[in-house]
Design a protein around this ligand. Sequence first.
Ligand code: BV8
Length: 245
Amino acid sequence: MLELTDDTWLMVLTGAGVSAESGVPTFRDAGGLWEGERVEDVATPEAFERDPLRVWRFYSARREAAGGCAPNPGHLALAEAERRLGERFLLVTQNVDRLHRAAGNENVVELHGQLFLTRCAGCPRPPFEDRALYDEAVPECDECAAKGRRSYLRPHIVWFGEALSEAHFQRIGAFLDGGARQRLVFLQAGTSGAVYPAAGLVNEAAALGAETWLVNAEQPYNGSRFEHFHQGRSGEVLPRLLGVG
Ligand code: BV8
């Protein structure tokens, strides 16, 4: 068991596997999202430039699927860990489905963006809440239109080749520095460890002396970096591991 002591600073990195038991499809598993679509066709800025409607159809289908999903016991265990540790807990997720927030986590860094936010591809207006499905036509920015310009709206998602938010890295860095003075623990759950920079966070934490824990259905690409590996479904393993089941 991973004991949450009074001096524990716990950073958790999650991926699609944590939402799998909620019914949200993963990416790289058999039957996952990349089986039907090539990444380059739907999750790159070039793809959006080439065929924005195809990209919107992909994200609209994901909005529709994720909209009906609820947190599973893995999410709930992580929410309970935050209740116990407070500001000594930080959840860094690659998931865009908001299920961690729905479970009750507040100290969350959504590294790859959010499925239910839309922003303008052409102007700096802030991302806005949007659950609409765009299957027939690519939506356009009304604020740009008011200024006589035409710009497409796009999902608030970090695509391959796009930079992640600097503010996220500052928050992660500050947390790791704080934890390094006490008992720093890094826990990775439900991710293939294939996508960077997320997959490299374990190295940063380990360099600061963190204990490294892994929960996954199978050995991930970055699995060799971890001291403790609990193989299995996160909805079953996380509650047990964190002693909150
Ligand atoms: C950038 C869109 C720079 C979001 C996604 C270093 C080395 C090599 C390459 C790179 C590198 N650094 C950067 C790169 C390039 C690239 C990259 O990582 N390429 C890889 C693939 C080689 N990274 C980038 O381009 C990033 N940007 O570096 O910018 C820059 C700087 C300045 C200026 C300009 C640019 C951007 C990365 C953004 C990626 N966006 N998609 C979306 O549509 O949702 S990635 C996509 O993969 C999702 O976001 C997803 O979250 C992410 C990770 O996938 P996983 O969550 O791991 O899901 P997966 O299906 O793969 O795995 C599930 C796992 O769970 C499996 O292991 C399975 O066994 C397990 N599992 C299943 N069920 C369960 C379970 N485990 C437990 N319980 C279960 N029930």
